[in-house]
Design a binder for this molecule. Structure first.
Ligand SMILES: O=C(O)CCC(=O)C(=O)O
Length: 258
């Protein structure tokens, strides 16, 4: 991922102009805003990224929130997020409908919809808590997002099967930002050529642990070549909430394809 676009390399040249602007002509809320901008720039500057690379796989991982912050946000998510009822949380696999082994909901801009596994999801309007997480992701990555899919796993029995996020509704080549709160869970990538019964090549799976407060960027072309899953982990007793921020093509800009 190209970080140059959003990382401010020289903190001294950045800090001082902002501080100088905080004079008597600036009202208090503006001062607070400037200080917030300053804190935000500092955040982007101090993140440590781990690059995860393999053939056709390009991901970047960081701890976006401290444990204390992440614990507070997790509790807020538990209070404020209301999930879709079961009939809106079903998926079609080989023509058969199944209840998903987790809870789901989507939030996003007006005029968006997202079709996957046979269902079309219309997002609920953004709420301040989700906006603030989205702001932090955008600051940390330099990318913008207009939609979030939230998955809640009550414990290690809840899971998500192997799939790719390659739906037509996504803006081509846009990354997906996956933010996790609560229990740490394994996350597995498997190359599409390693999935068939008699694979022609040996391609090692990539296993990550997605920690409380972490951000995983799945950059293009990861979702072309690699399937991902969050497998069952019976020993995990605590809940986890995952938010995948996406960039969706607005309905009004879509070509009329069936
Ligand atoms: O919960 C996770 O980390 C995975 C979610 C996921 O695979 C998805 O939203 O496509």
């Amino acid at each position: 991922m190209t970080m140059d676009r959003f990382l401010i390399k020289n903190s001294s040249t950045r800090k001082h102009p902002l501080l100088v602007e905080c004079t008597d002509t600036v009202t208090l809320p503006e001062k607070a805003k400037l200080r917030k901008n300053e804190d935000d720039s500092l955040l982007a500057e101090h993140l440590t990224w781990k690059e995860i690379r393999a053939e056709g796989l390009s991901c970047d991982y960081t701890l976006l929130y401290s444990k204390t912050e992440a614990d507070v946000i997790f509790q807020q998510l538990e209070r404020e997020i209301t999930y879709f009822p079961e009939d809106l949380s079903r998926v079609q696999v080989y023509g058969k409908w199944h209840n998903v082994p987790r809870k789901q909901v989507t939030y996003g801009d007006d005029g968006l919809s997202y079709k996957f596994s046979g269902i079309t999801l219309s997002p609920k309007p953004w709420i301040p808590l989700l906006n603030s997480i989205r702001d932090r992701v955008e600051l940390a990555t330099g990318h913008t997002f207009n939609f979030v899919l939230i998955n809640r796993y009550k414990d290690g029995n809840d899971h998500i099967g192997e799939h790719r996020d390659d739906e037509k509704d996504l803006v081509p080549h846009s990354p997906i930002a996956s933010v996790s709160f609560g229990a740490c869970r394994d996350f597995i990538f498997r190359h599409r050529d390693a999935r068939c019964k008699n694979p022609t090549r040996q391609i090692e799976s990539q296993k990550l642990e997605l920690a409380n407060g972490s951000l995983l960027m799945m950059n293009f072309p990861t979702n072309v070549y690699w399937y991902h899953s969050l497998p069952v982990r019976k020993k995990v007793l605590a809940p986890r909430v995952n938010l995948t921020f996406r960039k969706i093509i607005p309905n009004c800009e879509r070509k009329n394809t069936p």
